[in-house]
Design a protein around this ligand. Structure first.
Ligand SMILES: [Zn+2]
Length: 312
């Protein structure tokens, strides 16, 4: 008896290799996750890919393998051009190596942010909406626009950088060298900067008493009712809402999907974000651009990685 056919999606990051098997209709079957922090060479990563395929497709035939990679990719050369989280793969023709290992199964590679966007668009919070803008809230702030199933890349792949949308002229300095970027007001590093500034001025405050300043501890203080911590979240949330209002007015996407680690503290910043997008966008735009929380979490990328096969 021949086994059933599956697609296998991968998401390779600096900490984990995640993988899932999917039916021919894209329905999730099984999941696999393994630590990658010990990997020193491309061959180490290849071994983990082989283990994952073995685990996910016992008695099954992979019909296609989709791979999302955290980094800047040269898809024509099949190379990882740059990846702060995967230094061992920088400059390595990793797609070709994977193809050699899994030949003759067809293989597709894409950037992890694009894969996560496609995952949420086709199988997550954006499913059923013709257009979606995804905003990733974490250490930095990323974004991407998907319309009619296609990622809007722009002339050189730079489209969607909402984290560096200027929301205040001559505003706070950003890591990109510019000033007033959304990311300089709401991101893990911006929250930490504001909390540290507060702690330096108010040593006897609850924030000043923290052993370590990080979003997770700021969220705990906000839960406990600390006004200073709540104000930092609310101010950041308002800045996020201004960015969302700009997206609503500029693109009027049918859905706006929020994902990323900071969403764990959503109750502390979403109400002020909503006040901001309602106050700063055209009513018709904000009424028709629905804001959703992501549905697939850290598994969006593996689902997006197999999307090229489902289109065919
Ligand atoms: Zn910036």
């Amino acid at each position: 008896m021949p086994g059933s056919e599956v697609y296998v999606g991968f998401d390779l990051g600096g900490s984990f290799l995640k993988a899932s098997s999917f039916g021919m209709d894209g329905a999730l079957q099984e999941r696999f996750s393994i630590d990658t922090q010990w990997c020193q060479r491309a061959e180490n990563y290849l071994d983990l890919f082989k283990d994952a395929i073995k685990s996910l497709s016992t008695d099954k035939h992979p019909k296609g393998i989709g791979v999302a990679v955290a980094g800047v990719l040269d898809l024509d050369a099949g190379k990882v051009v740059d990846s702060p989280n995967l230094p061992a793969l920088c400059g390595v023709p990793f797609l070709g190596m994977l193809k050699d290992v899994f030949s003759p199964v067809p293989l597709q590679m894409m950037n992890d942010a694009n894969a996560a966007a496609l995952g949420e668009y086709f199988a997550g919070a954006g499913a059923g909406y013709e257009s979606m803008f995804i905003i990733t809230l974490g250490t930095g702030v990323g974004g991407g626009f998907v319309q009619n199933g296609q990622i809007w890349r722009g002339a050189s792949g730079m489209a969607g950088e909402i984290g560096h949308m200027i929301i205040e002229k001559n505003g706070k300095p950003c890591t990109c060298g510019s000033r007033g970027c959304l990311e300089a007001y709401f991101s893990s590093w911006a929250l930490e900067r504001d909390a540290k500034a507060h702690a330096a001025q108010h040593l006897d405050s609850a924030i000043g008493s923290l052993d370590e300043i990080a979003p997770i501890f700021l969220a705990e203080l906000a839960v406990s009712g600390d006004h200073d911590a709540r104000a930092i979240w609310e101010n950041g949330g308002y800045a996020l809402g201004v960015g969302i209002a700009n997206i609503m007015n500029l693109l009027n996407p049918a859905s706006i999907v929020l994902v990323g680690g900071l969403m764990n503290a959503k109750e502390h910043f979403l109400p002020s974000a909503q006040r901001a997008w309602e106050a700063n966008s055209f009513e018709q735009a904000s009424r028709s651009s629905k804001v959703f929380l992501g549905k697939l979490g850290e598994w969006a990328g593996v689902r997006g990685a197999i999307q090229p096969f489902l289109r065919n």
